[in-house]
Write a protein that binds this ligand. Sequence first.
Ligand code: ZN
Length: 102
Amino acid sequence: MAYLTKTDQVGKKKKVKRKRVALNGDTCFFSGTTQNLEIHEIYFGRNRQLSIDYGLVVCISRKYHEEIHRNPKGALDLELREYGRNHFEETYPNLDFDKIFV
Ligand SMILES: [Zn+2]
């Protein structure tokens, strides 16, 4: 399990460092590297906080992270979204993914 810290904005000015546990451990989801790792909320944008609440975050290297945010709904993003959804449905079989992540 990877426990990476990430700075969150709390209120208007305050920032706090919080731990995130990545679903895929402490190597890059795509390349397996252990260099330049960052935490990515799988459903970023308006569902970002939900991603955090349900633990749908992954560890990826900076290069892939930048690529995902540059190209939303691209191949890398879609692969992660499918991975996150599968994880959610296994973890929360009684919840409806489509009603939560709209
Ligand atoms: Zn991200």
